[in-house]
Design a protein around this ligand. Structure first.
Ligand code: AMP
Length: 282
């Protein structure tokens, strides 16, 4: 595995690999866990004899809360090993000063899907995501990119980004990787108190109950409200949102024959966790 810390090093490493098959990109913010490793292995399977490129970049532009950025876990040495052991060929690990000019003045903003769910409570977050992913697409020029459904809204917005900007990259959505107790793996889980870590698997339990209720005909609004109520019953938990929306455009579900998305964000103490599940009427 080769490691590039500058854009120039990345270009030099990738030049001889172009045109030799697929080039599959997996962008991450580091503090890598088994969810990321699964994405790397899926990228490896997709690329075949081609190239897997991973990026580890804690993108300051997508943090609307300076405290959240400061507290975000950083494990660069372990991240290198995780990439090496899971089929990554080239790892791009730049510093913020390398990625951004001090007087940068271009924004990349999706304006419809970004207004709801996490976009409503984290202003500017998805513009930061779109900017960094657009830059990574230009730097790497991948044929394919893999993103997790854990960040379902991000995946939907990035599908729009490539569609509306005619970016020639095929986006692949990967299923959520969970611990044995059902908690979706997340770099932020490491910051939970032992009590909140023990309670957090209930998120998935409530999502599964909601899926069963919805399949049996329960009204959409009631299903989302029940998840909110159950979460609010846990000491120290504050719900940011629990909403049932259309899985593609993320706004109100107008046609119940379409796939629905039940998405939640909740504060467990000072750690904000997100999770989601796709729902269908049976
Ligand atoms: P992050 O480092 O949190 O920005 O995540 C990098 C990529 O890994 C994103 O596409 C995430 O959706 C994906 N990811 C993170 N956690 C999981 C998980 N538990 N299951 C599947 N994908 C994940």
């Amino acid at each position: 595995m080769q490691i590039a810390r500058t854009k120039e090093e990345l270009r030099t490493m990738l030049a001889p690999l172009r045109g030799t098959g697929r080039m599959v990109l997996v962008p991450t913010m580091g503090a890598l866990h088994e969810g990321h490793a699964t994405l790397f292995r899926q990228a490896r399977a997709l690329a075949g004899a081609g190239t897997v490129v991973a990026s580890v970049f804690l993108n300051p532009v997508q943090f609307n809360d300076a405290g959240d950025l400061a507290a975000y876990p950083r494990t660069p040495e372990d991240d290198v090993e995780t990439c090496r052991n899971n089929g990554v060929d080239v790892l791009f690990m730049p510093m913020p000063e390398e990625m951004y000019s001090a007087d940068r003045s271009i924004t990349v903003e999706e304006t419809h899907l970004s207004t709801v769910l996490c976009g409503a409570s984290r202003p500017g977050h998805f513009a930061g995501v779109c900017l960094v992913v657009a830059k990574l697409f230009n730097l790497v020029q991948p044929t394919d990119a893999v993103f997790g459904k854990k960040d379902y809204q991000q995946l939907a917005i990035l599908r729009r980004l490539v569609r509306d900007m005619d970016i020639p990259v095929t986006i692949h959505g990967a299923e959520i990787v969970r611990g044995e107790d059902g908690l979706a793996l997340s770099s932020r889980n490491a910051r939970l108190t032992p009590e909140h870590r023990a309670a957090a698997p209930c998120i998935y339990k409530f999502l599964l109950e909601a899926r069963a209720d919805y399949a049996q005909g329960a009204p959409a609004a009631g299903v989302a409200a029940a998840v909110r109520r159950k979460l609010e019953g846990i000491p120290g938990v504050r719900v940011d949102y629990a909403e049932l929306v259309d899985a593609e455009h993320l706004h109100a579900l107008a046609d119940e024959r379409r796939t629905a998305l039940l998405a939640v964000a909740a504060w467990f103490g000072d750690v904000r966790l997100i999770d989601n599940i796709e729902l269908q009427r049976s």
